[in-house]
Design a protein around this ligand. Structure first.
Ligand SMILES: [Zn+2]
Ligand SMILES: [Zn+2]
Length: 234
């Protein structure tokens, strides 16, 4: 059965599509240029905010280094007086890329590859960010330290507010059966950072293998040969 996103767009890709793109999804092309911005220094002390627009830092291949994108977002937040004009990249918003998998270097982003989580945000600013910054797929309002979910049976669920766009994003989790694509609405589910080895996946795998007596694949093959890639949505 084909999975469909509630927004009506093609946010859920099948495993074959994702498998084809993961090698290059967040990598620079041969002429992509990085930018060196200091995360703890006010953005306005490092560049002229008026020079920032969608073309700023954009390569011919259509990607921008993540710092260009986050600086563009912070500029809009400052213009909308969501953040003060001495704000830094570190205290403005949390970037959540999609699809997410362990990266060796900072990502270069293409259209609809970033969900932004900010504790200070309103609907108007979120709409402007979503409209003007093409890399942004959705804007969420919430505190990253407040974990999304249900604490216990007597509590009501804690969620982030989806203010603009579609917050469906994909994590690639490594398992003994190969990578699994987990699509999730990020406003409703806690944030996880995919790693090469997940203690949670390893524990569950060992239990299943122990009970079902299934032979383990060699560890070196887990990421290199994802022949059993599966896509599902939570
Ligand atoms: Zn969607
Ligand atoms: Zn490029």
């Amino acid at each position: 059965m084909e999975l469909e996103c509630e927004c009506g767009n093609a946010c859920i890709k099948n495993s074959e599509e994702i498998l084809l793109e993961i090698e290059t999804a967040h990598s620079p092309c041969s002429i992509c240029s990085p930018i060196k911005l200091k995360k703890f220094r006010p953005l306005k002390d490092q560049l002229n905010l008026d020079s920032i627009n969608l073309q700023w830092g954009k390569c011919e291949c259509g990607k921008r280094h993540i710092d260009y994108v986050m600086a563009h977002i912070l500029k809009i937040m400052i213009n909308e007086e969501i953040q003060h004009d001495r704000s830094t990249l570190r205290n403005s918003a949390v970037p959540l890329i999609t699809p997410a998998y362990p990266l060796k270097n900072e990502p270069y982003l293409r259209e609809n590859s970033l969900i932004v989580l900010a504790s200070k945000m309103d609907e108007k600013c979120a709409e402007i960010i979503h409209r003007e910054v093409s890399e942004v797929k959705a804007v969420l309002k919430g505190e990253i330290k407040n974990t999304v979910g249900i604490k216990d049976f007597s509590s009501s669920p804690h969620v982030y507010d989806l203010l603009a766009g579609c917050d469906l994003r994909c994590d690639l989790l490594n398992t003994p059966f190969g990578p699994i694509c987990v699509h999730k609405n990020q406003s409703q589910i806690h944030i996880e950072v995919p790693r090469h080895r997940s203690p949670k996946i390893t524990s569950v795998s060992l239990f299943i293998f122990d009970v079902a007596n299934i032979p383990l694949m060699p560890p070196s093959s887990l990421w290199l040969y994802p022949i059993t890639m599966i896509t599902f949505k939570v």
